[in-house]
Design a protein around this ligand. Structure first.
Ligand code: CTP
Length: 424
């Protein structure tokens, strides 16, 4: 018996998928179809897949062509599957031409013609109107949103209005529409990305909301009252207001928080984080992010806050938060000798996220001897912004006012703590 295998997401199952499966089956006697898991798709940066895994499997089954369906869960799985199922032919659409030649060591590799004029991507954009995004800026930085938006379907950055010069801004990022003023930008878009200095954020965001536009805004605002005001206003008009805190959307970070809240290392006694200042555009922005991580773990009701700033040849800042039974600190420095990381001590163990914890993709938990160490990892692509954009698009499509990842009351509590810590 000649066994054939093929893989795909098979989102919004269409005639292209049906024909591909028919052609793959015709190459042998028995067809195994690997359907990608949700995590695997997210990990490889394929965002906004509409159908759940059970739906996609059910659709492949309903085609009546597959003899067996398996789930593709991780990169590198294909070789193992080919050996395990004694596969003779690996078949895939020719949009992947050459990409799977490395499998020729294990079986025959066949690239099949794709059916023209149909794809899941096109069907998705037919289903939901493309969200038009305009950038409101006060300089010549797009905050990476143009490049990152290319990874998120259902969203298109149309252009920008920059107080520094819209034409030059749009030339730099190859954007079609250089808006003459903010009203022109608001008129043409559904979502406004407010990428301006802290003191102007409130005014820009409020104006966009007043014009009925959803807002993605750099964080934090100048004062807690501004955040409160904007959230209330957005809720009243049923518009989404999303603060730019990509860390909140990273799966590994959410998993770490859930495990800690579930008591994985007992009661948390201390949180320590260290990070460089430069990638965040300065000390206060780095400290804001660290404070966000700390409040997710210990809450925002710290009793005392102290801040030390050492101005030697290189600046070193430390902010310390104290609760009755716990303490947290964040160290930010320009020094190349700073060792970045996030360490959490609990009554029954510890959690460590070494390196660039603000882009968290790996951490470990230890609750006893060396053999008790559990490792958790989940790859994320890029600086995390695409995940936030994807969540923003989903929030708007569902008619919600916040992503659910950063509840409004938590955001407000964080703003209050930042104000108390003199970080605003
Ligand atoms: N396929 C095909 N013809 C199409 C679309 C897809 O033959 N018009 C094939 C792909 O080459 C692949 C399989 O169907 O071998 C599963 O593809 P998948 O990536 O799930 O579908 P797409 O429609 O290409 O999805 P997307 O637009 O999200 O990339």
């Amino acid at each position: 018996m000649k066994k054939v295998i093929t893989y795909g997401t098979f989102d919004l199952f269409h005639v292209g998928h049906q024909r591909l499966l028919e052609r793959a089956k015709a190459l042998g006697d028995y067809l195994i179809v690997g359907v990608t898991s949700e995590d695997y798709d997210r990990e490889r940066g394929k965002l906004n897949v509409r159908d759940s895994l059970p739906t996609r499997i059910a659709n492949v089954r309903a085609s009546g062509i597959a003899d067996e369906i398996i789930v593709e869960e991780y990169v590198g799985q294909k070789i193992g599957d080919i050996i395990k199922y004694a596969i003779d032919v690996f078949a895939i659409g020719n949009d992947w031409k050459g990409k799977f030649d490395y499998l020729k060591k294990y079986c025959e590799v066949v690239y099949l013609d794709r059916t023209k004029g149909v794809s899941s991507t096109e069907l998705r954009s037919d289903l939901a109107r493309i969200l038009r995004v305009g950038i409101a800026a006060d300089g010549f930085s797009d905050g990476d949103i143009v490049a990152e938006s290319h990874f998120v379907s259902g969203l298109e950055v149309t252009g920008a209005c920059s107080t520094a010069g819209s034409e030059a801004f749009c030339t730099k990022y190859d954007l079609g529409a250089a808006y003459a003023d903010m009203p022109a930008l608001f008129a043409e878009n559904d979502l406004v990305y407010v990428h301006v200095r802290r003191r102007y954020r409130y005014a820009f965001a409020l104006e966009a909301l007043e014009r009925g536009k959803h807002v993605l805004c750099d964080f934090p605002f100048n004062q807690p009252e501004e955040a409160e005001d904007l959230m209330e206003f957005a809720r009243g008009k049923n518009l989404a207001l999303v603060p730019r805190l990509p860390l909140a959307c990273l799966r590994t970070f959410r998993q770490l928080i859930d495990l800690l809240h579930g008591g994985a290392i007992g009661d948390v006694l201390s949180v320590e984080c260290a990070m460089p200042a430069e990638p965040f555009g300065g000390f206060r922005d780095a400290e804001t992010l660290a404070t966000y991580a700390i409040t997710r773990i210990l809450g925002a009701d710290a009793e005392n806050i102290a801040r030390v700033s050492v101005r030697g040849r290189e600046r070193y800042d430390r902010v310390v938060y104290a609760w009755r039974g716990a303490a947290a600190s964040c160290a930010v420095s320009e020094s190349e000798w700073l060792h970045p990381g996030l360490t959490i001590l609990g009554t029954d163990g510890r959690a460590d996220a070494p390196g660039a914890w603000w882009n968290l993709s790996y951490f470990k938990l230890q609750t006893g001897g060396a053999d008790s160490v559990k490792r958790f990892s989940f790859n994320t692509e890029g600086p995390g912004l695409r995940y936030l954009l994807s969540e923003t698009a989903r929030t708007i499509a569902e008619g919600k006012t916040d992503t659910g990842m950063i509840p409004p009351e938590e955001l407000l509590a964080l703003m209050n703590l930042l104000e108390r810590g003199d970080l605003l």
